[in-house]
Write a protein that binds this ligand. Structure first.
Ligand code: ADP
Ligand code: MG
Length: 696
């Protein structure tokens, strides 16, 4: 790289070899890296909460005050450091369990600090491991007197050990920017920026680190978000172009006997929604352009049935289909449900599982390879090299968000250029569809075949536990089934599992001693899980204690009650998915939310939202508004399309403009010859994502 931008940070005033080494650990090596080391937040008078007003919330808050005391509390196994911060309205405790000796040295009584973190409740409000900025007297004055906005940088132990706290980093960035400011050219054509109402790059970078006012700061971040959105849309546009190159697809020209037989074998008539979606799918399948379609519909909306008919159309034209599900349990369930109908139509189905006897495996692989099996169901076991198809024409991926683009591609590469149908039970607001699935066509199943589901969702408190258990007993006595979902205690599956095992043992020996209580958790073997579920479905077990593994597609028609313990720990879309497991025949069902005793404002809002509507799309939109969609999918997306800065809902105007610009650019000039600087920038910063384009 030319000029000062590519120089090592070591040569900047204030940074020597030791600091340079610490910075390298966070990926900051050159001056260019340094000026892209963005603040994690700003200290601004409006964001500072007076200690007397602190309450539980899931947002990060900042308090500013003087350190009143710092005390190391020695335990038998571990120590913790408690630091009291005082701001004239009250005291708040900050606590550290790690790095205590370092922090004890750094946080001397009398220093003024800004402490930022999420408040938790533990013997009163406290901040655990807050981010700390030691403020100089003049920061403090500036802050309080002029209301200037001060940027705060993420720091860590290495950085602090070499004196690089937020303030020192700010100084280094100041030096870096002064050096390279004249070199910062905007790779975007000016008319692109103007249309998006964002400032040029140099101005934006400067304002992000040293904001003068709110408007400038907002505009500067918009420039960063715009760029992020633009390049993702450019990738989508490129991918769509690559996949849809004419003549690559396999047109399924006839709808014939097999499709008709499957339709006849279905024990019901298709809903209008299913017909519409099938019509859309059929148009794709008939064309020379490979289908790229995302089918959205709540659990039970009949997506699998739609997929089955698409697979029948493939079979009618002599092609095989692969259906991939995220778990063994689901794959098995699909196979079981599809088998009778598929056989009635004279088709062959095989299930590829992770563990199968060698002989069974061999038979399945050969039936797949020689085309005898028209439908092959499985988990990612399908991706294994040994699994070969004779004529793979259609790939269906269920719960697609559990897979990455790479897996999607691996499966697709088992055929010439098979059509692709992705399915998701998570309702996705339009802005998110555009920002995350911008290369796909979308079909939506809005209605449920059984009519509107009657699940009443209620919020209860711990004091009502006995009453709830009694209600569950009545449910079981009636012959219905009840789920009890154990709280997500920790990030760790191990701990969740232990909690569920303990809960199960307690209720089995106690309140539910007259019943057989089942247990389902993520650490069980697939066979064990599926055996338990079979008993639960048949009624041999009427009460089932489970960790959130049931989130994925469990079909138990007689389940009418779900108790969700620790409900505040679940996201909106997850709660909605969970309650989708009950009342599946359209009968009256109850979802009982039981949050812990101390719940935050946001959790309260979430509980109220879920109780107030059954509409998945409405909830998804609220979720997006509440949380910005980052965690929307429950499981994180697989990296490729993670937005770091932009929020598709809040930044939808930027999203629409960026999309329009990117798509029309690729249509006019797919090689980006007319925008060479943009092209160079793209290759330098986003080329690693090009595999995602090739992916298809
Ligand atoms: P999804 O995959 O969207 O969760 P499924 O296709 O598995 O939904 O359908 C859920 C249940 O509803 C299944 O038992 C299925 O047999 C049934 N079903 C699907 N379509 C219809 C329909 N048109 N009428 C009645 N029942 C249907
Ligand atoms: Mg399904």
């Amino acid at each position: 790289m030319e000029g000062e931008l590519g120089r090592s940070v070591q040569f900047l005033t204030g940074i020597g070899p030791i600091r340079a080494e610490a910075l390298a650990k966070i990926g900051v090596r050159t001056v260019e890296d340094l000026i892209h080391h963005f603040p994690r937040g700003y200290l601004d008078r409006r964001h500072i909460v007076p200690i007397k007003d602190v309450q539980l919330t899931e947002r990060e808050i900042t308090i500013v005050g003087k350190i009143a005391f710092a005390e190391l509390v020695r335990g038998r196994q571990s120590h913790r450091l408690i630091v009291g911060v005082e701001d004239g309205t009250g005291y708040l405790q900050c606590v550290w369990f790690q790095g205590t000796s370092y922090w004890q040295r750094a946080l001397k009584p009398g220093l003024t600090v800004a402490a930022s973190g999420v408040v938790r409740y533990y013997d009163g409000y406290q901040l655990a491991h807050p981010a700390i900025d030691i403020l100089s007297e003049d920061d403090d004055d500036r802050l309080y007197q002029t209301g200037q906005i001060v940027s705060l940088y993420p720091s860590n132990l290495f950085l602090r050990k070499v004196g690089l706290d937020s303030r020192a980093i700010r100084r280094c960035i100041h030096a870096g920017l002064a050096l390279v400011r004249r070199e910062l050219k905007d790779p975007f054509p000016i008319e692109f920026l103007q249309a998006a109402h964002v400032p040029e790059y140099a101005q934006a970078i400067a304002a992000i680190h040293f904001p003068q006012d709110d408007d400038g700061l907002r505009a500067a971040w918009n420039r960063i978000k715009y760029e992020e959105l633009f390049f993702f849309q450019l990738l989508f546009a490129l991918r769509r172009r690559a996949v849809r190159a004419p003549d690559r697809g396999l047109p399924f020209e006839k709808v014939g006997d097999i499709t008709r037989k499957i339709l006849a074998a279905l024990p019901f008539k298709l809903t209008e929604g299913q017909k519409t979606v099938l019509h859309e799918i059929r148009q794709d399948l008939e064309s020379f352009v490979p289908m790229q379609r995302l089918l959205q519909g709540e659990v039970g909306s009949g997506k699998t049935t739609v997929a089955l008919l698409a697979m029948a159309m493939a079979a009618d034209s002599g092609y095989q289909s692969a259906l991939m599900a995220p778990t063994e349990l689901l794959a098995q369930q699909h196979a079981n449900n599809l088998l009778p109908i598929v056989e009635a139509a004279g088709l062959q189905l095989r299930l590829v599982r992770g563990k199968q006897s060698t002989q069974e495996r061999r038979e399945i692989l050969s039936a797949t390879a020689d085309g005898e099996a028209q439908i092959v169901v499985g988990t990612h076991a399908l991706l294994e090299e040994k699994v070969k198809f004779q004529r793979l024409g259609l790939v269906v991926i269920d719960e697609q968000h559990r897979f990455g683009v790479v897996q999607r591609t691996l499966l697709r590469e088992k055929g010439p250029m098979p059509h692709l149908l992705l399915m998701t039970a998570t309702p996705i607001p339009r802005t998110l569809t555009l920002s995350h699935f911008g290369d796909l066509d979308v079909s939506i199943l809005r209605e449920l075949p059984a009519g509107k589901r009657q699940v009443k969702t209620v919020l209860r408190t711990g004091a009502e536990h006995d009453k709830i258990y009694h209600f569950i007993i009545e449910t079981a006595q009636k012959g219905d089934r009840a789920f009890i979902l154990c709280p997500l205690v920790e990030e760790s599956e191990k701990i969740d599992t232990e909690a569920a095992i303990e809960y199960h043992a307690r209720v089995q020996a106690g309140v539910f001693r007259d019943f057989k209580v089942g247990l389902l958790h993520g650490r069980q073997k697939p066979e064990e899980k599926s055996a338990t579920l079979t008993k639960f479905r048949s009624g041999e077990i009427k009460i089932l204690v489970a960790t959130p593994v049931v989130e994925v597609g469990v079909d138990v028609p007689d389940a009418t009650v779900m108790l969700i313990e620790g409900a505040e720990r679940f996201g909106l879309s997850q709660l909605h998915q969970l309650r989708g497991r009950i009342g599946r025949k359209g009968q009256q069902a109850f979802c009982i939310l039981l949050p812990g005793p101390h719940i935050s404002e946001e959790a309260q809002v979430r509980m109220d939202a879920i109780c107030s509507t059954d509409d998945g799309f409405e909830l998804a939109e609220r979720d997006l508004a509440l949380r910005g969609g980052g965690e929307f999918f429950g499981t994180r997306q697989h990296g490729e399309i993670e937005l770091r800065w932009a929020n598709p809902e809040q930044d939808q105007m930027l999203l629409f403009i960026a999309r329009e610009q990117a798509f029309s650019l690729i249509e006019r000039d797919p090689q980006l010859q007319t925008v060479s600087e943009l092209r160079a920038h793209f290759m330098r910063r986003h080329a690693h994502r090009l595999q995602f384009v090739a992916a298809g």
